[in-house]
Design a binder for this molecule. Structure first.
Ligand code: FAD
Length: 286
């Protein structure tokens, strides 16, 4: 099923993300976690793509197993280190496995960028290529707090307009910890005429170490209310986990209450976290 059909229903949509292993040694562990999350029957599940395509085979394999388990997969695909031939090969493989949804991404520019041999510059170039190939529902990433490479929010939103015109039919947001940031972003999108559906990305922070990582990969603002929780409970893993799940749950309930009908949880291969969040909002999802 196409993601756009899933999220267009009246019922709120709750989906989860998993990331593939870095080496084949961990494949079974990650796969088992992914299938446990699939057994929670989320609206769909995304599988990320390792930087530089290092784990591309695992992404397609895990997505295929999720599909066999009866859940729609969304396979991520990046292009910054790819040739056209390589992308065509990936698309053939995904199609062969029955995967219908792709999140088309640029990927982060590696430090040794001068050595890059890429046929693509932006995610919209990849989106166009996939649209020309045909048969896939294509999504893209967006950044309520502006992508770090962008000089300002307006130019970042202009690039989302190009993404949509290239064939992207939904957007998933970078994580954010203050819902007002998303609401303001949605307003700016609509004012610029970007009217494709936006899926809100929520990260349950369940240990203090995650915060450092979040700050290094995104420019997400951390509200005082959230920082107080980390200050107080960061050193107590079980308490931090409970508090992080509660914070994410509150964010999700507020999003649904304000008309955002699709939420994607960065569940980080943790079935217990995914299950706790789903249980917390079980009545809302009915
Ligand atoms: P783009 O859309 O190409 O944007 C990158 C920058 O270029 C932005 O500043 C944008 O404004 C600008 N830009 C875009 N198009 C144009 C244009 N036509 N003209 C001028 N400027 C333009 N990374 C992975 O490696 N694997 C993953 O699986 C993965 N999944 C992700 C999922 C989500 C939901 C998100 C939010 C991010 C994900 N990332 C992933 C990280 C992502 O690859 C990086 O954030 C990357 O730096 C940008 O990717 P993008 O697709 O947003 O790029």
């Amino acid at each position: 099923m196409k993601i756009t059909e899933i999220i267009s229903g009246k019922k709120p949509s709750l989906s989860f993300e998993v990331f593939p292993p870095k080496t084949s040694d961990n494949f079974e562990t990650v796969e088992a976690a992914a299938l446990k999350i699939a057994d929670l029957k989320p609206s769909y599940m995304s599988v990320t793509y390792g930087a530089g395509g290092s784990t591309s085979k695992f992404t397609a394999d895990i997505a295929a197993h999720i599909l066999e388990r009866g859940v729609t997969p969304l396979a991520h695909l990046t292009c910054i280190s790819s040739t056209r031939e390589n992308v065509r090969h990936q698309l053939d493989n995904l199609k062969k496995k029955g995967i219908e949804n792709i999140l088309a991404l640029r990927g982060d520019i590696p430090q040794d960028a001068e050595k890059l041999t890429s046929d693509y510059r932006y995610a919209s170039d990849l989106t166009k290529e996939i649209a020309e190939y045909g048969g896939f529902c294509i999504g893209g990433a967006c950044y309520p707090e502006t992508h770090p490479d962008s000089p300002n929010s307006d130019s970042d939103i202009e690039s989302l307009k190009i993404k949509a015109e290239s064939g992207c039919s939904f957007l998933t947001t970078q994580m954010f910890f203050d819902n007002n940031i998303l609401y303001n972003f949605m307003y700016r999108l609509l004012r610029k005429g970007v009217d494709i559906p936006v899926i809100a990305g929520i990260m349950p922070v369940t240990n203090a170490a995650q915060i450092k990582r979040i700050c290094s990969i995104s420019k997400s603002a951390l509200p005082q209310r959230f920082l107080r929780i980390v200050d107080r409970y960061g050193e107590k893993p079980e308490v931090m986990k409970q508090a992080g799940i509660a914070y994410a749950t509150e964010q999700i309930i507020d999003l649904f209450a304000n008309g955002i009908n699709a939420v994607h949880v960065y569940s980080m291969n943790k079935p217990d976290v995914a299950e706790a969040i789903k249980n917390n909002i079980s009545e809302i999802l009915k």
